[in-house]
Design a protein around this ligand. Structure first.
Ligand code: DC
Length: 228
């Protein structure tokens, strides 16, 4: 790996705040690597369920950790991974994983392991990484931190539309209920709760389109002379 200095842009925010699309497009515009940190927590959850381990029993989940082999690949500037040689693909987006992931993400030992893997991703080059604790815990020293938020009803509406497209059904009220519960768990947990990182620029995307948010972020990076 090269010793070229790398830059990390941290994009944090609650579920369905638009951060995935915004982070992916920002990475594309910069020619940098996009990292969806939530995919690792989802991948771990997928593996836990696959191994028949109860996600609400931390000791059993922790016992599984050292037995797993993770590998990461840069695929067209987005990170793909395998666990024990298997790529979970879209299975990490299943309802079973969605409902269990907050329990898995609340286990400190799981977080320590995943944070370590996320930090190593600078080996792939400059990154745009999205998640819940990127600017606060994973890369607290990066000067480029964004916190994307949106009104919960608007977030539920967006996520329901995505689900309707992917799964053929998406009920806004049901999604709002599930999102609110997940936000509460993610914000209320003891280790690395969802929070606005110190020094982050908060962007409320309730009334902004994806392109407008990406433009705001790129303008900040240009002003800081990180990109031209
Ligand atoms: O962004 P997402 O919905 O794919 O995230 C899945 C879960 O993982 C979410 O409930 C919170 C957790 N997560 C986390 O705790 N820390 C991160 N950096 C990213 C995700």
């Amino acid at each position: 790996m090269s010793n070229k200095p790398v830059t990390v842009v941290a994009v944090d925010g609650p579920a369905a705040s638009g951060k995935s699309t915004v982070a992916r497009q920002t990475a594309q515009a910069l020619g940098w690597v996009y990292v969806d940190s939530g995919a690792l927590y989802r991948g771990m959850t997928w593996k836990v369920l696959r191994e028949g381990v109860d996600p609400t029993k931390p000791a059993e989940v922790i016992a599984l950790l050292p037995r797993l082999t993770w590998e990461f690949f840069d695929e067209q500037h987005a990170i793909r991974f395998t666990i024990d040689g298997e790529d979970p693909g879209q299975q990490i987006r299943s309802e079973l994983v969605r409902e269990a992931v907050s329990d898995i993400a609340a286990i400190p030992e799981v977080r320590t392991f995943i944070v370590g893997e996320l930090r190593k991703m600078t080996d792939f080059g400059s990154l745009v990484m999205e998640g819940r604790d990127i600017g606060s815990v994973v890369f607290p020293d990066t000067p480029f931190k964004f916190y994307l938020d949106a009104d919960p009803v608007e977030r539920a509406r967006r996520r329901a539309a995505e689900l309707a497209q992917a799964e053929g059904r998406g009920d806004v009220d049901q999604v709002l209920h599930s999102l609110t519960r997940r936000d509460q768990k993610d914000s209320g947990r003891k280790t690395a709760p969802l929070q606005i990182p110190l020094g982050a620029r908060v962007i409320d995307s309730t009334k902004l389109g994806i392109a407008e948010v990406v433009a705001l972020m790129l303008a900040d990076l240009r002003q800081a002379k990180v990109v031209t």
